[in-house]
Design a protein around this ligand. Structure first.
Ligand SMILES: *Cc1c(COP(=O)(O)O)cnc(C)c1O
Ligand SMILES: [Zn+2]
Length: 404
């Protein structure tokens, strides 16, 4: 992404040898060979309802190492109550909390683990704010790979429980996600573990991008005006943007949606750089309850900004309070319970709609990137207390009276 050099794929090649650590690679396919294979008709006849239906545009030679956990093809939910509340033309939620370990990270981990197996690796590692970790642990369990996982000690309990029950070696780092990331990278080099970190491993983003393919296909190849997603490291939105570009290139769609990248106000180095037209970012000390996007050193900053810009889209920040309100709104109006990083996207749509960036007739897809059950403490910060009642009708009548 820095110098534009190209390389043939080879084992252990994650970053550009000329550019070093920041020289993240991007996977390029033989699009001419893929075009006749990956048609609308071929996809309509394909009964593999998982993200592997897009295998020709994924970096695996075969299905041999694919795990039997079902990834992707998550519901795209249209909700009229939300449309009315937000004042937009058409609003769909891409419910990625429905993946096997409860977040869109399963798209990446499923590819990462298959790739590790194909390369004969036995030990895999990653650093994560929580979801990439629980996802990798689940897929490593299925594949019989040993996993070393680095998460900040502050990660939500449910995510840590996932790691432990999947049998990963869990390292709770007494520091931020950014520090956990550096420790993990150093350990991967020292011990020779396969590094699943999305930013440096170009194959992971190739898994994340399938969310974009699915949205286009689920909407009958009519892409929305906007695609809204929260941004931490930036791999996810960069992946979605790449997906739309690839579909456009293959002639499967006739335009790409604008990308709206949403950051938490307390962890927004990507938004800052976007508005300053900067080619680098200023690291920040993250301060947000949206743990999955509490990233102060965004590793995929370049790809993310490039995709947002080329789509004609923009970036916006939201406060923790707005994130919680959006969580309540999505659950209360649409019945979709998403974790704070997921509802941050809806909060971003709301803010962009108020600012007039998104219009009243626009169609929008919002990515609900993680399941709300992963962080129930966050939800309880905005919900009222339940009513305590004795098993007695008279008491119930009194309590109902009091709540009205
Ligand atoms: C990882 C994650 C994101 C953001 O993805 P990045 O690639 O870090 O930008 C958003 N929401 C959830 C739930 C996540 O787990
Ligand atoms: Zn380079």
């Amino acid at each position: 992404v820095e110098c534009g050099r190209t390389y043939q794929p080879s084992k252990g090649l994650y970053t550009c040898p000329e550019c070093g650590e920041t020289g993240i690679l991007d996977v390029i396919y033989d699009y001419e060979a893929i075009q006749p294979v990956l048609t609308r008709e071929a996809l309509a006849a394909n009964h593999d309802y998982s993200h592997w239906r897009y295998l020709p545009l994924m970096p695996l030679e075969s299905r041999e190492h694919i795990q039997p956990l079902s990834v992707g093809w998550t519901p795209l939910v249209r909700n009229r109550r939300l449309e009315e509340a937000l004042g937009v033309g058409r609003l769909f939620i891409k419910d990625d909390g429905r993946n096997p370990t409860g977040s869109l990270k399963d798209r990446a981990s499923s590819v990462g683990v298959a790739k590790a197996l194909a390369e004969g690796e036995k030990v895999i590692t990653c650093a994560s704010t929580g979801n990439a970790a629980s996802s990798l642990a689940g897929f490593a369990a299925s594949a019989g790979l040993k996993a070393y996982i680095f998460v900040p000690a502050t990660a939500p309990e449910a995510k840590v429980a996932q790691l432990l029950i999947f049998g990963a070696n869990v390292l709770l780092v007494q520091g931020s996600y950014d520090e956990a990331y550096d420790l993990c990278s150093a350990a991967a080099t020292r011990y020779g573990w396969y590094n699943r970190n999305c930013a440096v491993n170009p194959y992971l983003i190739e898994g994340k991008k399938t969310i974009g393919f699915e949205i286009a296909e689920q909407l009958g190849w009519q892409v929305p005006d906007w695609f809204v997603m929260s941004v931490g490291d930036g791999c996810s939105i960069a992946g979605a943007g790449k997906a739309f570009d690839e579909l456009f290139r293959l002639g499967l769609i006739d335009r790409v949606p604008r990308l709206l990248g949403v950051q938490a106000a307390g962890a927004a180095p990507v938004t800052a750089a976007f508005y300053q037209n900067a080619t680098t970012f200023h690291p920040v000390k993250p301060d947000t309850l949206a743990d999955s996007i509490a990233v102060g050193v965004p590793r995929n900053f370049t790809k993310a900004i490039r995709q947002v810009r080329s789509s004609g889209g923009t970036m916006i920040n939201v406060t923790d309070q707005e994130i919680l309100e959006a969580m309540q709104l999505m659950a209360g109006l649409a019945g979709v319970f998403t974790e704070p990083a997921g509802s941050a996207a809806l909060a971003g749509l709301r803010a962009a709609r108020s600012a007039g960036v998104i219009g009243p007739h626009d169609s929008v897809v919002v990515a609900a990137t993680g399941n709300g059950l992963k962080d129930i403490k966050a939800a309880r910060r905005i919900t009222p207390e339940p009513v305590l009642v004795y098993p007695d009708l008279a008491d119930l009548a009194r309590k109902l009276e009091a709540t009205h």
